[in-house]
Design a protein around this ligand. Structure first.
Ligand code: TYM
Length: 350
């Protein structure tokens, strides 16, 4: 599989089996935004990197008052990733809380992270707005726990959607600060954000990001497991504008058409001028929607096929996650040992 066009913060991607780390919260089924922003790239990157993918159940707790569904969602995330084509033998898929070293590193890193940087983050402010009744301590520390995830595994690169950009910047700051204070310890990671599909917008409201929490309307998001007719219906009902011009645009009035075009771009890999030329003869937005639905359905088809093959294979998925935790745990422990040593902790009595 060819690598998608990814924006790196500095320089080109390393191709010599560097390490990739990424994570996602098990808060519900994965949608097209998760797929284009992250999962599609997880799959593509495994040809070039050793990849470590974590189902971040601890992070999920920051937005859940009750933990209803946590276990099922955690398992479902593993199924979705395997169905999408992540190869568990060469790479590591694990559950964050199964490698508890991350919580110790989180505590340590919290001491080198200025509080103001965390409370200034737009992502924190947004969460405060979304859940004013549950502004918990974990929400403030969320990006520090994320930094702990990434730094524990010495990731060179982190494939994420555009909404994680500032968290990656914070991770780099924290790593640099730690290295400066205690000596070279952490690899400074790079965000890998797709140039198209990095921020998929809601189909029912293209002014908000497609997200699991914006599920007020059933037409908001296409899910990986949506059957073709449902996916098509959602796309055909996508909110657009009253014009006819099918071209990429930053005009907020035309966000709906732009979103559909970006989805098409991300899935076909065609250039923007090719796409605009292709749709120049279209009779209206209906033609655009219908072709977007075709490419989305074609992308989901093999994922759904594999999903059907593995969905009953509980033992297989359990063994992938057990093996993943074991391999991740070994890396995590050796990083933590180095951190403790650099900081001058007294060695534990054995
Ligand atoms: P989460 O669970 O919100 O989302 C998982 C991944 O999907 C991407 N994404 C999107 N991309 C494009 N368009 C959208 N509408 C869209 N919605 C979600 C996200 O950017 C993400 O890549 N903080 C992370 C989880 C995390 C993590 C980490 C990621 C914890 N530790 C370490 C990387 C490295 C999150 O909440 O993702």
């Amino acid at each position: 599989m060819t690598l998608p066009k990814l924006e790196m913060q500095t320089g080109p991607a390393k191709t010599t089996r560097g390490r990739v780390f990424s994570g996602a919260r098990p808060t519900g089924r994965q949608h097209l935004g998760n797929y284009l922003g992250a999962i599609k790239n997880y799959v593509a990157l495994q040809d070039e990197y050793q990849c470590v993918y974590s189902i971040v159940d601890l992070h999920a707790l920051t937005t859940m008052e009750l933990t209803k569904g946590l276990r099922e969602n955690t398992f479902d995330m593993a199924l979705d990733w395997l169905a999408a084509g992540i190869r568990p033998d060469e790479n590591i898929i694990f559950i964050q809380s199964h490698v508890p070293q991350v919580t110790e590193l989180h505590t340590i890193l919290s001491m080198v992270t200025p509080l103001g940087k965390l409370t200034d983050l737009p992502t924190f402010k947004e969460k405060v707005r979304q859940q004013p009744h549950n502004v918990n301590y974990g929400l403030v520390g969320y990006p520090v726990l994320m930094a702990a995830d990434i730094l524990l595994y010495h990731a060179d690169a982190v494939p994420v959607g555009d909404d994680q950009r500032q968290h990656l910047e914070l991770t780099r700051d924290v790593a640099q600060r730690f290295n400066h204070l205690f000596g070279e310890t952490f690899t400074i990671p790079e965000a890998m954000i797709p140039l198209s599909g990095g921020r998929v917008m809601g189909l029912d409201d293209p002014t908000v990001k497609m997200s699991k929490s914006e599920t007020s309307s059933e037409y908001h998001a296409v899910y990986l497991l949506d059957p073709p007719d449902r996916a098509r219906k959602k796309i055909m009902r996508a909110v657009t504008d009253s014009g006819r011009d099918i071209s990429f645009s930053n005009d907020p009035e035309r966000a709906g058409v732009n979103n559909l075009l970006e989805i098409y771009e991300a899935l076909t890999g065609k250039s923007r001028s090719e796409i605009e030329a292709h749709f120049a003869a279209a009779r209206g937005y209906g033609d655009l929607k219908s072709e977007v639905a075709d490419v989305v359905i074609a992308a989901l088809e093999p994922i759904q096929q594999r999903y059907r093959e593995i969905t009953g294979a509980q033992d297989y998925v359990d063994s992938v996650l057990a093996k993943g935790a074991e391999r991740a745990g070994a890396i995590a422990q050796s990083t933590l040992d180095a951190v403790r040593d650099k900081m001058g902790f007294m060695k534990a009595y054995s």
